[in-house]
Design a protein around this ligand. Structure first.
Ligand code: CA
Length: 527
């Protein structure tokens, strides 16, 4: 008889008995821990929580001297008590960056450890862009973990599939009537190892979200989405409805939509969270020198911050459940976001897809009790690094796929000794629609901007779509000018320019980026 099967059968029997006793008001702490094949006790659970469009500076603990000494920006006037506590127990990154600060491209890199042109997710997915969709043949972190005995769950926004007419409730139709279609249903064969599913493509009504579950049933909910998703996550942790095989470790991803827009009224956020900000003036809320308070968007600030507090509250509930279930010791928990939010900086109403720090810089906090010493670090971790780092931390360094392009920070994080080959720059990527076919569908993408960000500088080059000639240079001294208000003339800084272009060339080559393959701007960049 298969020993593991037998162990599992006994564990399930005990589990059932514990539940029955619990119904009678008798509480039992299970004394047997049973793990399936290839799952020694040391393999940690992983919970990855990432709200959408959350600025790194929108966390209250940055005001605390213990953290503020590491940063050169003013933190937003937000209330995030749960993140404040979590930060004290975590490694807190000051300078984690989203390379291509947009929903789909970041999510593709997060799951695959590859840059957007390799993951297949180079533009935000919608039905006009068949060119952009997470590749079926790519190996994602969830594929690796699933193949190594993990239970894998995805809750919330996915936004990685090209929408097709595959509505499970209305076969042959899209899941929505918009043109182009943005929302999507991800069928089981496209879920990359996630065997618990409660998700949607993209849909922005925070108090009326919907989800498709593992079997493809649709759930329409009239509740603030972070609250609902936390409830589903907590039920998963408790294994309330037998969501998972409790004998196995789990990988749980929770992708909350707020503080992404809409953030215009109480139709979008909870009143209890909005109350904290409603009486503050715009000057008190938008505290940076690069903000234009006359912008229409400025009025969104109290609602944006209400979402931040709402997300924090639900994050806190999940942390509490982890603790109550005694899962905290052997669980890696990450809090991050897919990109930032400019929130009225630089006179732009575009919150993201821009090379400004406020669009690229994301929260990144990681807690692994007993393994990672809580501290604040300025490592330039970027989107493709997350997958290999998590696999490295979980003991799957050897299972990191060969074609992963990100850097594995796990050794540096575990030993607290900075390795020599640690990245000292990150690539900035902006793609736009390329050619269209007769039906108006986008069949190629155009790599319009590439750039480099170091701890001191941002340098971004933009080319003309027709001629591929240099059209714009953005060059900031981020140390002296953290709000990026002064675009320097790169001719005044020949040494820095040379050094940054050389470093950029290396990044483009390593990424096998289209700029490297086509030798774009080779009069400036020596490939
Ligand atoms: Ca997003």
């Amino acid at each position: 008889m298969n020993c593991n099967k037998e162990k599992y059968r006994i564990a399930m029997k005990i589990n059932k008995m514990v539940k029955q006793l619990s119904c009678l008001g008798i509480s039992i702490v299970p004394f047997i821990q049973c793990h399936g094949q290839n799952n020694p006790v040391s393999q940690p659970n992983i919970i990855y929580i990432f709200p959408d469009q959350m600025r790194n500076c929108a966390m209250e603990f940055w005001h605390n001297e213990h953290f503020s000494k590491f940063i050169n920006f003013t933190a937003d006037p937000v209330k995030t008590p749960n993140l404040n506590r979590f930060a004290e127990e975590s490694i807190v990154f000051t300078s984690a960056m989203s390379n291509c600060p947009l929903s789909t491209p970041h999510r593709g890199s997060l799951l695959t450890g590859m840059y957007p042109h390799k993951s297949g997710a180079m533009l935000n997915c919608n039905s006009d862009r068949p060119i952009s969709s997470l590749r079926d043949d790519v190996v994602s972190i969830s594929d690796v973990l699933r193949n190594n005995g993990y239970e894998c769950a995805y809750i919330g926004k996915y936004h990685l599939d090209f929408p097709t007419p595959n509505d499970p409730q209305n076969p042959g139709h899209y899941v929505e009537n918009r043109d182009p279609v943005w929302d999507a249903y991800t069928p089981p064969e496209k879920r990359h190892g996630f065997n618990f599913w409660y998700s949607y493509g993209t849909f922005d009504e925070h108090k009326h979200p919907h989800y498709w579950d593992t079997e493809g049933n649709r759930h329409d909910i009239n509740e603030y989405s972070p609250k609902h998703e936390a409830d589903v996550a907590i039920a998963y942790l408790e294994n309330k409805n037998n969501e998972r095989d409790a004998t196995k470790p789990f990988f749980l991803v929770i992708s909350m939509n707020p503080p992404h827009s809409p953030y215009h009224s109480l139709n979008d956020c909870r009143e209890e969270d909005y109350k904290l900000y409603k009486d503050k003036s715009l000057q008190e809320l938008l505290v940076r020198p690069n903000v234009d308070l006359t912008m229409e968007k400025a009025k969104c600030a109290p609602f944006y911050f209400a979402h931040v507090t709402g997300v924090d509250k639900e994050f806190g509930r999940i942390l509490e459940a982890v603790k109550e279930l005694d899962l905290d010791k052997n669980t890696i928990i990450v809090f991050s976001s897919d990109h930032g939010e400019t929130l009225c900086s630089h006179g732009t109403s575009d919150p993201k897809n821009l090379p400004y720090t406020e669009a690229m810089n994301v929260p990144f906090l990681i807690r692994y009790p007993g393994k990672l010493i809580p501290r604040t670090v300025n490592y330039l971790l970027s989107s493709p690094d997350i997958m290999p780092t998590l696999l490295g931390l979980s003991g799957f360094k050897k299972q990191i796929p060969q074609d992963v392009q990100g850097y594995d920070f796990s050794e540096t994080l575990l030993t607290n000794k900075v390795k020599n080959d640690i990245p000292n720059s990150v690539l900035y990527i902006k793609n736009i629609d390329g050619d269209k076919n007769e039906e108006g569908k986008v069949i190629s993408y155009f790599p319009v901007s590439r750039g480099i960000k170091t701890l001191k500088y941002t340098l971004v080059l933009t080319i003309n779509k027709k001629t591929k000639a240099l059209e714009e240079v953005l060059f900031f001294d981020d140390e002296k000018d953290p709000y990026q208000m002064n675009n320097l003339d790169w001719n005044d800084f020949p040494q820095e320019r040379k050094m940054l272009l050389s470093e950029l060339s290396g990044l483009l080559k390593k990424a096998d980026d289209p700029w490297f393959r086509e030798r774009i701007l080779n009069e400036f960049i020596s490939y």
